[in-house]
Design a protein around this ligand. Structure first.
Ligand code: NAP
Ligand code: GCO
Length: 255
């Protein structure tokens, strides 16, 4: 197989959670552009259908499954439905939320909602999808981590804890499922202009600070993430397992 051909995903099927917008939609578009059929997911059916229509209009092979990744029963039902149409060869656990507040004032219900979305869901969806991957002794799982998997800052302690958990669950999954033919890796995006960060993007002081903290001296562009996802989803990374690839302009390398 040529080096370039090792990046192709023709004949593969992918599920990307939380892919009606932002990083998930960008990754879904990249995987589909590399040849995969991609199943998009989110809770809001209208936005999900719009995202599906947008990628289909561009000639990409996509479909949609509307379910809440925090509901383990719905997750199992959706995975069964998706697998009835063909195997899930690639899973990207992307769905996630951010809630910012000083830890001593954090709302307990917000803690549970954030942990359920950012961490519990990675366990629910991965365990459901891994059943088929283990049976086929093949599959690539990519968990979306964060700069906050390595460092933190004030007001995002629960998010930091959740993303630290996703990083270590990624490594643990590689240990449990590597011997069964699966690869489990992470992508750690830096600071990207998405709805999740709208408040930060619109704060000139924060934006100036984070650009100054980033060696590449800019916010991330969503197009920066697709190639990393295609790499980890494809045979190009066939001997990469338990790794977290930071696509962050160098911010985790800087004091
Ligand atoms: P976003 O623009 O807010 O998009 C979040 C997506 O997840 C939406 O499609 C949303 O659709 C979906 N979602 C939320 N809760 C869900 C649930 N319970 N079930 C199914 N889908 C759900 O966020 P983003 O910035 O792209 O972030 C995506 C991921 O990247 C998150 O895990 C985030 O922690 C991580 N990340 C982001 C950045 C950044 O700079 N933006 C950096 C590092 C890591 P519905 O609301 O319709 O469900
Ligand atoms: C924040 C941001 C960050 C980014 C991202 C960085 O408030 O600091 O939301 O957490 O979203 O996770 O990698």
């Amino acid at each position: 197989m040529s080096v370039i051909d090792s990046f192709r995903l023709n004949g593969r099927r992918a599920l990307v959670t939380g892919s009606s917008m932002g990083i998930g939609l960008a990754i879904a578009e990249a995987l589909a552009s590399a040849g995969a059929h991609v199943v998009l997911n989110a809770r809001n059916a209208q936005r999900l259908d719009a995202a599906c229509a947008q990628l289909s209009a561009g000639g990409l092979s996509v479909s949609a499954e509307c379910f809440d990744v925090t509901d383990s029963g719905s997750v199992r039902e959706a995975v069964t439905r998706i697998e009835s149409q063909g195997p899930i060869d690639i899973l990207v656990n992307n769905a996630g939320i951010q809630i910012r507040a000083p830890l001593d004032q954090f709302n307990d219900d917000d803690w549970r909602r954030l942990m359920a979305t950012n961490l519990d869901s990675v366990y629910y969806v991965s365990k459901a999808v891994a059943q088929g991957m283990i049976a086929r002794r093949a599959g690539s799982i990519i968990n979306i981590c964060s700069v906050m998997s390595e460092v933190s800052r004030p007001t995002v302690a629960p998010y930091t804890a959740s993303k630290g958990g996703v990083k270590m669950l990624t490594k643990a999954m590689a240990n449990d499922w590597g011997p069964q033919g699966l690869r489990v890796n992470g992508i750690g995006p830096g600071f990207f202009k998405t709805e999740l960060n709208e408040r930060l993007v619109n704060d000139p002081q924060f934006s100036s600070w984070i650009v100054g903290r980033t060696p590449s001296r800019r916010w991330g562009d969503l197009e920066d993430l697709g190639p990393a996802a295609v790499f980890l989803a494809s045979d190009a990374s066939r001997f990469v397992n338990g790794h977290v690839l930071y696509v962050d302009g160098g911010v985790t390398a800087a004091l």
